[in-house]
Design a protein around this ligand. Structure first.
Ligand SMILES: N[C@@H](CCC(=O)N[C@@H](CS)C(=O)NCC(=O)O)C(=O)O
Length: 219
């Protein structure tokens, strides 16, 4: 009997990719929502190094770091909806871009909300330059992982979910149809997938959350 628990928050871009992967693979999971201002003893026990969500606990064994968790899920429940390709080179490419997403693209986006002045302008330029690279990845395929949804799409899912709230809060059009036609088409396809739609967060609530973050950084 499988026992799968996920420690997370409703809005974390890192947690959402895990929720989507588990749903795509029909894995039942109990989600434990953390208050990150007051982390539970369980979270600290299961992720003593980073003390962050998500943590997947499978039969009492914790797995940390969302991209690592995604691979674990894919290999553990491998018969349903495979996420990573089998070919080592294709797999390496997806891992490379997912790492680029988390280390470069995502921080530049959130930096644009959180930073001020010159730093904010630099974050904006970086975000748009990174988006151009991701746009090119979609020049031949509908999805970032190829012809169908896969690991890299889940890794970049935060972009589809958060681009509109981020645009509202920053006043900057990020996914502009003229500059990023492939990404705009990808976003629509991604959000059209039922499993993704089911766990689509309320955009207004996300906007309020980002407004609060922006306000707290401006003080
Ligand atoms: N590299 C980590 C990042 C996870 C992360 O930053 N989680 C945030 C929530 S979005 C968190 O738990 N923050 C709590 C903290 O920094 O204390 C992953 O991919 O899992």
């Amino acid at each position: 009997m499988e026992n799968v628990k996920l420690f997370g928050t409703w809005s974390s871009p890192f947690v959402k990719r895990i929720v989507w992967a588990l749903k795509l693979k029909n894995v039942e999971c109990e989600i434990i929502y953390e208050d990150l201002a007051n982390k539970s003893p369980e979270l600290l026990k299961y992720n003593p190094i980073h003390k962050k969500v998500p943590v997947l606990v499978h039969n009492e064994i914790p797995i940390c770091e969302s991209l690592v968790i995604l691979e674990y899920i894919d290999e553990t429940w491998k018969d349903v909806c495979p996420l990573l390709p089998k070919d080592p080179l294709d797999k390496a490419k997806e891992r490379f871009w997912a790492k680029f997403g988390d280390e470069q693209v995502l921080p530049s986006f959130y930096g644009y909300i959180m930073k001020k002045g010159k730093d904010q302008e630099e974050a904006k330029d970086a975000a748009l330059a990174h988006l151009k690279r991701v746009e090119q990845l979609l020049s031949e395929n509908k999805f970032l992982s190829g012809e169908s949804l896969g690991f890299l799409d889940l890794a970049f899912g935060w972009l589809a979910e958060n681009s509109y709230p981020l645009e509202v809060v920053t006043g900057l059009k990020l996914l502009d149809e003229d500059s990023f036609p492939n990404l705009c088409a990808w976003k629509d396809k991604f959000l059209g997938i039922p499993v993704i739609q089911e766990s689509w967060p309320d955009q207004e609530t996300l906007i309020v959350k980002y407004q609060e973050i922006k306000k707290s950084r401006a003080e």
